[in-house]
Design a protein around this ligand. Structure first.
Ligand code: HEC
Length: 159
């Protein structure tokens, strides 16, 4: 075989190999499982690095659902501006961020059926940062949440 055909053959062989390899474990449960691993890896990875600011955490973990201006997505994810959950009891807010929610909350008269994932793998300081960020953004003006408060709520949450 001359060089040209050798290259073509190698290309076809590698494409076939990649396609064949991808067939392994393509049933839905396995791909969902690996997606979950990627997500939890991304969340955990955060703990090995430096502490991120509330804005950074919001942009990385919350923005896709609650949107850049905290308006949510109509009928799918709730807004974060001027809601009882964001402005009210800090303990309830922190526990909601730690645990996520699939309760089907009614916010400003709309009931949501999409579940929100929990962010238990973020550090106390990062949960405090993001909680403070949402309480002071999107027109909200509530006081901040401290690392110590989060540590206390997290301990209670685990009991
Ligand atoms: C996958 C989309 C999704 C992501 C990501 C997400 N949320 Fe949510 N969030 C929701 C949904 C849906 C609800 C309503 C849950 C329910 O009805 O039980 C909700 C509810 C809330 C609430 C209470 C309701 C309100 O509007 O005041 C707060 C506060 C909140 N989320 C903050 C956050 C923060 C902070 C983050 C990032 C750390 C985050 N969310 C990430 C979808 C998401």
């Amino acid at each position: 075989m001359n060089g040209f055909w050798q290259v073509i053959f190698n290309c076809i062989f590698s494409i076939g190999f990649v396609l064949g390899f991808n067939q392994i474990g393509t049933d839905r449960s396995e791909s969902t499982e690996s997606l979950r691993e990627v997500v939890s890896f991304t969340v955990q990875k955060n703990n090995w690095g430096q502490t991120n600011s509330g804005k950074e955490i919001y942009e990385q973990y919350c923005l896709m659902c609650h949107q850049p201006a905290g308006n949510g997505i109509m009928g799918v994810t709730p807004p974060l501006s001027d809601t009882e959950y964001v402005l009210g009891d800090k303990e309830r807010l922190v526990k909601l961020i730690l645990n996520g929610s699939s309760e089907g909350l009614t916010i400003k008269g709309v009931t949501y059926s999409t579940p929100m994932p929990g962010f238990d793998s973020l550090s106390d300081q990062e949960i405090a940062n993001v909680a403070t960020y949402i309480r002071t953004s999107f027109g909200n003006t509530a006081d901040s949440v401290t690392e110590m408060e989060v540590a206390q709520f997290r301990t209670e949450n685990q009991q």
